[in-house]
Design a protein around this ligand. Structure first.
Ligand SMILES: O=C(O)CCC(=O)C(=O)O
Ligand SMILES: [Fe+2]
Length: 198
């Protein structure tokens, strides 16, 4: 058996999904424990959408998107403890660190997941770090008579980067799990939507 170095590529290294890049072990176990503790000490709020409360708990830095008004507003700057992680996430995605102007912390308690969606169109790059437990990010794209589907394993401490087709043409979701998972996602704005530096 050839060793499987990249579960998001086939044996020839061709990505399962154009625009999806992935690597294991962006951070080590100590860093992961630190990040989980930091997320847990935040004032996390249930994700809200038109009076509906999602089970996942979130906090945004840099920019906050209000799903009720469909507006982005400035919020607290990224805290110091997130900066080295953003730096590594940006280096992985080959982006300037300052381009990743938004950070979203999420805790998915048992029974929480995230339904099918594309991230807001004003956002461009999405770089996500998974913490705690393995999860699967599912992707789907409508085609005549159904969907193309791809499932991508996200081990704890791994990082993924969504851009291009994976970001704009495919929806993604994470099924509800029985154990707690945490994630940190960093995002950039599209050039036309960029509300200013922060
Ligand atoms: O938890 C994750 O890794 C994904 C979160 C996500 O898709 C989102 O916040 O848009
Ligand atoms: Fe998303």
């Amino acid at each position: 058996m050839p060793s499987m170095t990249n579960p998001t590529a086939d044996l020839f290294g061709t990505p399962l999904l154009p625009g999806l890049a992935y690597r294991d072990a962006l951070i080590d176990l100590d860093e992961e424990a630190m990040l989980i503790a930091r997320i847990d000490e935040q004032d996390l709020a249930p994700f809200q959408f038109q009076g509906w409360l999602g089970k996942r708990l979130t906090r945004s830095f840099g920019w906050h998107y209000d799903f009720d008004t469909s507006q982005f507003g400035a919020t607290d700057p990224l805290p110091d403890w997130l900066l080295p992680i953003r730096q590594r996430a940006a280096a992985f995605a080959q982006l300037p660190e300052e381009a990743l102007v938004q950070a979203l912390l999420i805790r998915y308690d048992p029974g929480a997941g995230i339904g099918w969606h594309r991230d807001r169109p004003v956002l461009e790059h999405v770089v996500g770090v998974s913490l705690g437990v393995p999860a699967t990010m599912r992707f789907r794209r409508r085609k005549p008579g159904g969907f193309d589907r791809v499932a991508v394993p996200l081990p704890p401490r791994s990082v993924y980067h969504l851009s291009g087709e994976a970001r704009h043409d495919w929806e993604h979701s994470i099924a509800e799990m029985e154990v707690t998972r945490w994630s940190i996602t960093f995002r950039s704005f599209t050039a036309s939507a960029r509300p200013g530096r922060r």
